[in-house]
Design a protein around this ligand. Sequence first.
Ligand code: FPP
Length: 254
Amino acid sequence: MSQSLLTHINKQKVPNHIAIIMDGNGRWAKEKGKDRIFGHYEGVISVRSAVEACVEAGVNYLTLYAFSTENWNRPKAEVDALMELLVNTLNTEMVSLHKNGVRLHVIGDFKSLPAICQQQLSEAIALTKNNTSLNVVLALSYSAKWEIKEATKAIAQDVLDGKLNVEDISEDLISTYLNTAHLPDPELMIRTSGECRISNFLLYQLAYAELYFTNLHWPDFRKEHLFEAIINYQNRERRFGKISEQIINNEVSN
Ligand code: FPP
């Protein structure tokens, strides 16, 4: 099934960067009469599928919203279980990810993570820093409003220190103060579980992204679903504020 869908993907128009809000783990587990954390464990299998699908389709960047700033407000047992799952997953998956050329990045309030998570993540980032097949970006203790607040403070401080002129503050300069300074903006954002919200995720970077919502809960999301999302994206016309004729003429002249 997934292999036949892969052949329908136009390799010339694959999104360079896909961002995913992996939602619905808790509901998926509850529907099966299980504890919410069971859904998070199953969600790791979907993470593996998404990574493999991106490599096969030729996507260069995959950002996964794994833990938001707001998720700290969940019951302590669930937060602890999620952090433990992160550490265990890094332990079990890193060798294989490294062998397959995956480079790991993290965005978010790194220092707010438990010490053991920080240590495992730092090791994984260092181990994979020269890999080039796929960049996997984990958004951990991340929220866009937090990121924009931090960027604003850093810009204000640089102005106060005389390192930056107010006139030099441009849209591109703001990008360089975000956690994602070294990453391209996503062209496609996928959210599972039927919720049609952005939920404080990459607000600046998603300005022109195509949004794709599916009713599937994250633990049911497999390779073929990512391929379906890419095919759906490829059938959209991205106008960036222009009109249709301008886009078509530009494609013809290219
Ligand atoms: C949202 O579902 C999911 C999360 C808050 C955590 C996502 C974590 C994983 C998929 C596993 C760990 C990931 C890595 C990269 C190791 P929800 O709990 O909000 O579900 P609900 O909306 O049904 O309650």
